[in-house]
Design a protein. Sequence first.
Length: 149
Amino acid sequence: MKQMQQGFTLIELMIVVAIIGILAAVAIPSYQDYTARAQVTEAMSLTSGMKTALAEYYADRGSFPTNPTVIGSTTSGKYVSNITFGTNTGGTLEVNATMKSSGVNADIQGKVFAIATTDGGNQWDCGEVGAAAADTDIDTQYLPGACKP
């Protein structure tokens, strides 16, 4: 009587483990980049939420406020430690979102995402585009598509 094979051989199991290891080695760095981009998106969301209020403030008063709390905006988030104003002269304003130093991807810890306007809030630049490029120090690979040069 012929005996039938029961289960898998050691070689077959080792091949499966090797394949899973290779897939994990490729997937983990991609996932870390994805989470960093998602965390930077919070900075973009918080700063972009200020655009209309800042443009209205400038239209009413002829200058921008000295800090974000004047317009009642949220100045921090789950991944953003604070939002401040950089250059603030005439119709030029830079809004800087500083990422937290812990609890975020190591590649963006403590780095700054910026949006900027040079015409009183009619046109805004973000990330590595236009006037915001001087203050943004987050690597281009983590920026939203609209904020890349």
